[in-house]
Design a protein around this ligand. Structure first.
Ligand code: BTN
Length: 287
């Protein structure tokens, strides 16, 4: 596949972001943009510096998983953030990144992009992206965070039979190639807006938006906790610290801070954000 490479010049043209993207590095290849960003942060890179790569040789996801993406097909991006936040509020950065990515997808691709707890991005019941935030603390305060975002823009999911049922890409949903530069620029803008709000002490707004975007709530789900144990529950709500509040079959309540869910019912029946252009979802997906 040929692709238009991401360049700092292309991303910066017309970018109305104040802080996020003030320094942009586009690499043809690296181990993991999160690793590069961490090294850059340790070397003093500024708040809002962004590193993107066309391909990663050791891309990683949550819970130690491998994050695969062929060259030029996806957005593989890590942003260094240095907010003045207590360590206990670091989860707000994951919420912020998930919301910004969903908003960018909706804006550029016109696709509904609900979140699946805790921070998967989903289109038509299949995973289209994910967030991996890694942090460094100084005592009780956050020193910096590396906000890693992986988004399947033009991924040909058919090349990976093992994920064809559970993953998708914007191109697959739209039936046409998507401009990665437009998606990346919009993502920087959406991150910047929310980061500015966080800087004004509006963390509560970040939580509320994340809660509103979660397609998981009110649904019967199977939760798998950090020990790998599964339980069918009703996903009732989320707490401000990001914990899932679940109702068990026996009526008791369970709080989950780590783990993930799979849905036993679809999140929605349409993938488009614009009702006049609704079309049915691509079909049942098991996440
Ligand atoms: C997940 O498991 O859902 C999170 C996936 C995060 C992948 C991105 S790609 C850019 C950045 N670099 C990495 O190695 N991981 C994150």
């Amino acid at each position: 596949m040929t692709f238009a490479p991401l360049t700092a010049a292309a991303l910066l043209s017309d970018l109305d972001a104040r802080l996020v993207g003030q320094s942009i590095t586009c690499l043809p290849e690296c181990d993991s943009t999160n690793d590069r960003a961490r090294a850059a942060a340790e070397a003093g890179a500024p708040d809002g510096a962004v590193i993107l790569a066309e391909v990663q040789t050791s891309g990683r996801g949550r819970r130690g998983r491998v994050w695969l993406a062929p060259p030029g097909a996806c957005l593989l991006m890590s942003t260094i953030l240095r907010p003045q936040l207590p360590a206990a509020d670091a989860h707000l950065l994951t919420m912020l990144a998930a919301c910004a990515t969903a908003a960018a997808v909706e804006s550029v691709a016109d696709l509904a992009c609900p979140l699946k707890w805790p921070n998967d991005l989903v289109v038509g019941e299949r995973k289209v992206g994910g967030i991996l935030v890694e942090t460094s603390f100084l005592g009780d305060a956050l020193e910096y965070a590396v906000v890693g975002i992986g988004l399947n823009v033009n991924l040909d999911v058919g090349l990976y039979p093992e994920i064809a049922e559970t993953a998708t890409s914007l191109a697959r949903e739209l039936g046409t190639e998507v401009d990665r530069i437009a998606v990346a620029r919009e993502l920087l803008r959406q991150l910047d807006r929310r980061y500015a709000r966080l800087g004004r002490g509006l963390g509560e707004e970040v939580y509320r938006e994340w809660r509103r975007r979660l397609g998981t709530l009110g649904r019967q789900v199977v939760v798998v906790d950090h020990r790998g144990e599964a339980e069918a529950v009703l996903a009732e709500d989320v707490a401000p610290d990001g914990a899932l509040i679940a109702r068990r079959a026996d009526g008791s309540r369970r709080m989950l801070r780590l783990g993930e869910v799979s849905l036993s019912q679809p999140i929605s029946t349409s993938t488009r954000t614009c009702p006049s252009r609704n079309r049915p979802s691509a079909g049942p997906g098991g996440w």
